[in-house]
Design a protein around this ligand. Structure first.
Ligand code: FES
Length: 168
């Protein structure tokens, strides 16, 4: 299958290199047993998310119904259908963090970033998420921004932390 056989000219032009990479991945797994999950993993690395265009492309290339791909992509938590922001902001909602005010941290982030949990802002800068215990209960409540860990956070310091990433 050629890249251009599935999408409109603009979709192919915008993501030509990425779809070409995806095609290489598909060729690598073609004929192997159970290629769908590894192809989806690599597709997500290439595109940042398994968008509908990506799902349709894989569907045609592997001759797998889109609904089946959607089912797999939504079943496993490591897959995402929407691109995430450059900064993944996560509030630990594990028990220790929750009882020490994680919800107030989360509420402050919702206010500061202007998005709800699970959303990405329109600039693609921030994605706000909730996470389970990250194993740093002694530092609760814990806030993570990508790989940076902030312990004993309070709502008051949330704007300063976010400003640091806005300016980065
Ligand atoms: S409950 Fe938040 S780090 Fe353990």
């Amino acid at each position: 299958m050629s890249v251009s056989s599935v999408f409109s000219a603009s979709a192919v032009t915008d993501n030509k290199e990425k779809f070409a990479k995806l095609q290489e991945v598909i060729e690598r797994y073609r004929g192997m047993e159970g290629p769908l999950v590894p192809v989806l993993h690599e597709a997500q690395e290439i595109f940042g998310a398994l968008t509908l265009d990506v799902q349709k492309y894989i569907s045609e290339a592997l001759n797998v119904p889109v609904m089946q791909i959607y089912g797999v992509a939504t079943f496993y938590s490591q897959f995402t259908l929407k691109p995430k922001g450059k900064c993944k902001v996560s509030v630990c909602m594990g028990t220790a963090c929750y009882v020490r005010g994680a919800k107030k941290i989360q509420d402050k982030l919702v206010e500061n970033l202007g998005i709800q949990v699970g959303e990405t802002d329109k600039d693609g800068k921030f994605t706000l998420e909730a996470t389970r215990c990250v194993g740093a209960c002694g530092l609760s409540p814990v806030l993570l921004v990508n790989d940076d860990v902030y312990g004993r956070t309070t709502p008051d310091i949330v704007p300063n932390i976010m400003d640091k990433y806005r300016k980065a």
